[in-house]
Design a protein around this ligand. Sequence first.
Ligand code: PFF
Length: 449
Amino acid sequence: MSTARGEFSSRFGFLMAATGSAVGLGNIWGFPTNAASNGGAAFLFTYLILAFVLAYPALMAELIIGRHAKANAVTALSGLASTPGTARIGAGVGFAGMVTVTLILSFYAIVSGWMLAFMTASIADIARLETASNWLTQSGTVRDALFTLIFYVLTIYIVVAGVRNGIEKWSSRLMPSLYLILIALIIYVLTLDGAMDGLRMYLVPDFSRVADPELILSAMGQAFFSLSLGVGTMLIYGSYVSKKENLPAIGGMVTLMDISVAVLAGLLILPAMTVAQLNGIEIYDAQGGLIAGPALIISVLPALFDQMGDAGILVAVAFFTLMSIASLTSSISMLEVPVSYFVEDRGVSRRKAGVLLGAATATVSLIIVWNFGLLFDWVVRLTTEFSQPLLGFFFAVFAGWVWNRNALLAEIKQGHAEAESGLFWRIWPWYIKFVCPLIILAVYIQMIF
Ligand code: PFF
């Protein structure tokens, strides 16, 4: 059934791939505006706590299950069960993850297409091709469809090339560039007039908001989306990690790197917004909240870049390249989830699986493009606020309750022989058994009431 499975060639390769998956649009447009609208550093504080008490343990559950099973989520979860009924539930969770991640990719690719369109537009600006640039920056279904499809071609190309020659190679090239561009942009924006107001908005805490259910819900959603949890992405990446690696340590590094990009993005986006405001650009929406999400990236910031003259063109190229890289290293991890299943369990070749599944998901994206007002927000909310945490709940239950504790310890001990006496083993099993499922349930119940 299966040929030799892919494996990351080095720890660096895994770290770049997993961080590449985690660091995406979510970090750059989601985190900073969420923070600024929800009590500044108070949100940062809640987010950091949730990232460590909830998202890191959940990430570890996926990585450990994946490396143990050396298989996709469907096979891996059903393999942990000792009764046929539980095995069926495991397979069902794996399938639900596959559907969810495909839907996430279907909206993500549209936004990523905008990033490519704006990047191309800023290159057209350098070449003084004004008409082309205007077309590229004006929303329209033809432009959206075209650039969404280009984005799929890039994603499919990398996934079809395989774990080492595609995912690892491109993540290892792109992620260091992402860090460099991000830091260069922060340094530049912080020198501009008005930037300090943004810093203040971001970093001065309003602690009265810390216990706000709304804040906790959005911090949880943000943490799950940002670490690519609940849909089998981290499980499949974990399955490509060598048995020699110390998983709790490398999972911790991925969490830290993801958080650090989110925190750094805040140092770029919020100062950029207040600089824009000083230049007469509207940064609040009709309800008085900060403009967030796609509108921030494709209206507020481009308006700022436009006012910056020639320097603005270069900043725009850098910024939209940053966004395109962040999107691509995430989208490849999404497509890998169904591809790995069809390659391993259905005996389909990687090329065929990549092309056909990519084309099928692209068709869903095109349906959303043509029914944008009706479908886009609905798909985003359904997948990120509802499915992801719910599936995360099941992953935690499988790691904490279904899987045999000795087998679990034996897996962690590979690459970390003294694990049993370490801090991770003393705390994590309790977390994944009780704390993670209960927090997720509590947040859901709070949401309903
Ligand atoms: N973590 C990505 C981001 O923050 O943009 C989004 C994501 C990637 C979600 C991969 C789910 C996934 F499977």
